[in-house]
Design a protein around this ligand. Structure first.
Ligand code: IFM
Length: 456
């Protein structure tokens, strides 16, 4: 494996692939599943490219045995998936739908039988529509509703699931869904975004306690989308702009979880629109967690804005871009992991998502070559290895994603999978990156090294 310092990874390093319920499952009306905000958003004209929706998606709901066979071929240790709240509690609150839980029960059993550890995300954006109708995440009562749902899931799967992730990317749910209006439920209010963020965090803290009770011996954490923010220049203005972006994206979530307080500079910014923060909330949010999940794809370069905004993103001239337009900056992952270890000292970190979209097509022989994605993965895994070599407690890496899937407002246009999905037939075709990742995992295992800190 040329130029990849795989010997940095400890022998028990966890290699995985990640997915999310709405993006892959389909079976949107089967076995008692209720409506989610994403079903409603997709049905609203103009919200999702091409009018795409998750009605069928990758049909993982029916095809998961075949997909587990693919996971075995890939050689991963762990599979990250999310549970759909509207399958488990179709009304958002109230009766639990056993048929919904049965699906995850079977999935967990089949994964374990295949020697693959389930890493279960409790919320990856598919809020039940009745919850949204009752006020949604900006309403404090949604915290209680979420806790009831978590009790149902952890009560059923807690004896077999060893790793739980409470929320995926609360920044995206808060800001992209409630302030920018680009994701479900499509709201456009900064105050709603901040209330959502607070209630997601509060529900995280409460969910941690439920999981500890109902799934003893398991580990529980949260996944944040985090970027290392680079200042474009040395001037004060650029540094201040980078500090603002860091506060907005990163510290607003990291500080309450690890330090039990919102960052003071941002509190000053948002003083007028903060939600009620009740006595005891921050203690709940700051429950000790077993690991921090990190989703990282790119790292912005930020400068002062001359037009009155707080910051502007500077386009780098000398880097590759993915099909999302995201800059490929592997060293950003290394710098981020080092910073997290230094400033927040999590017990353990997993990269719970990292990957790239490219406009993949099948060749004449039916295969899908994706050299850019292979280079992307090698660059980022190499950067993760450097962080491990410097002492960061990184325990695992999950590629996003196992399969091409429903990429939210972009519909099926953007392909992130290690496996190509032909949406006309639902045929799966492993891409070049699938085989590259498989070989990389095998090579790291073959080293079986004690030489944890040797970097090639
Ligand atoms: O597809 C998403 C995923 O649901 C959350 N993290 C980023 C991915 C790529 O945009």
């Amino acid at each position: 494996m040329p130029n990849l310092p795989l010997s940095a990874f400890p022998p028990n390093f966890v290699w995985g692939a990640a997915t999310a319920s709405y993006q892959i499952e389909g079976a949107a009306t089967e076995d008692g599943r209720g409506e989610s905000v994403w079903d409603r958003f997709c049905a609203t004209p103009g919200k999702v490219r091409n009018g795409d929706d998750g009605t069928v998606a990758c049909d993982f709901y029916h095809r998961y045995p075949n997909d587990i066979a693919l996971m075995r071929e890939l050689g991963i240790d762990a599979f990250r998936f999310s549970v759909a709240w509207p399958r488990v509690v179709p009304g958002g609150r109230g009766p639990v739908n056993d048929r919904g839980l049965d699906f995850y029960d079977r999935l967990v059993d089949d994964l374990l039988a295949a020697g693959i550890a389930p890493y279960v995300t409790l919320f990856h954006w598919d809020t039940p529509q009745p919850i949204e109708d009752a006020g949604g995440w900006p309403a404090r009562a949604t915290v209680d509703a979420f806790v009831e749902y978590v009790e149902a899931v952890a009560g059923r799967l807690g004896d077999r699931v060893g790793h739980w992730i409470t929320h995926n990317e609360p920044w995206v749910v808060s800001w992209v869904g409630h302030a920018f209006g680009h994701h479900a439920p499509g709201r456009t209010s900064d105050a709603d975004a901040l209330a959502t963020a607070h209630h997601l965090l509060l529900s995280h803290g409460r969910a941690v306690q439920i999981v500890r009770e109902l799934s003893p011996g398991s580990e529980v954490g949260i996944t944040l989308n985090l970027d290392f923010v680079y200042a474009a220049g040395d001037e004060d203005g650029d540094e201040a702009a980078a500090t603002w972006v860091d506060g907005f994206h990163n510290r607003w979530f990291l500080d309450p979880i690890f330090k039990g307080a919102y960052p003071q500079d941002m509190v000053e910014e948002w003083r007028e629109i903060l939600p009620e923060i009740a006595d005891g909330d921050l203690e709940q949010i700051a429950q000790p967690i077993d690991f921090l999940g990190v989703n990282n794809y790119t790292s912005p370069l930020v400068a002062a804005d001359t037009d009155g905004s707080r910051s502007r993103i500077v386009r780098r001239a000398d880097v590759d871009r993915t099909d999302m337009g995201w800059e490929v900056v592997p060293e950003g992952l290394r710098d981020l992991l080092l910073r997290l270890a230094r400033d927040y000292a999590p017990k353990a970190i997993y990269v719970t998502e990292n990957g790239a979209a490219y406009p993949d097509v099948r060749g004449h022989d039916g295969s899908v070559g994706d050299p850019e994605r292979q280079a992307y993965l090698e660059g980022y895994i190499g950067a993760a290895a450097e962080a491990v070599a410097s002492g960061v407690p990184l325990r695992g890496y999950f590629a996003w994603s196992l399969l091409d899937n429903f990429e939210w407002a972009w519909g099926y246009w953007k392909r992130f999978g290690l496996v190509y999905v032909d949406y006309a037939t639902l045929e799966r075709v492993p891409k070049g990156s699938f085989y590259r990742y498989r070989d990389l995992i095998a090579a790291q295992r073959a080293q079986g090294t004690d030489d944890v800190y040797a970097v090639a």
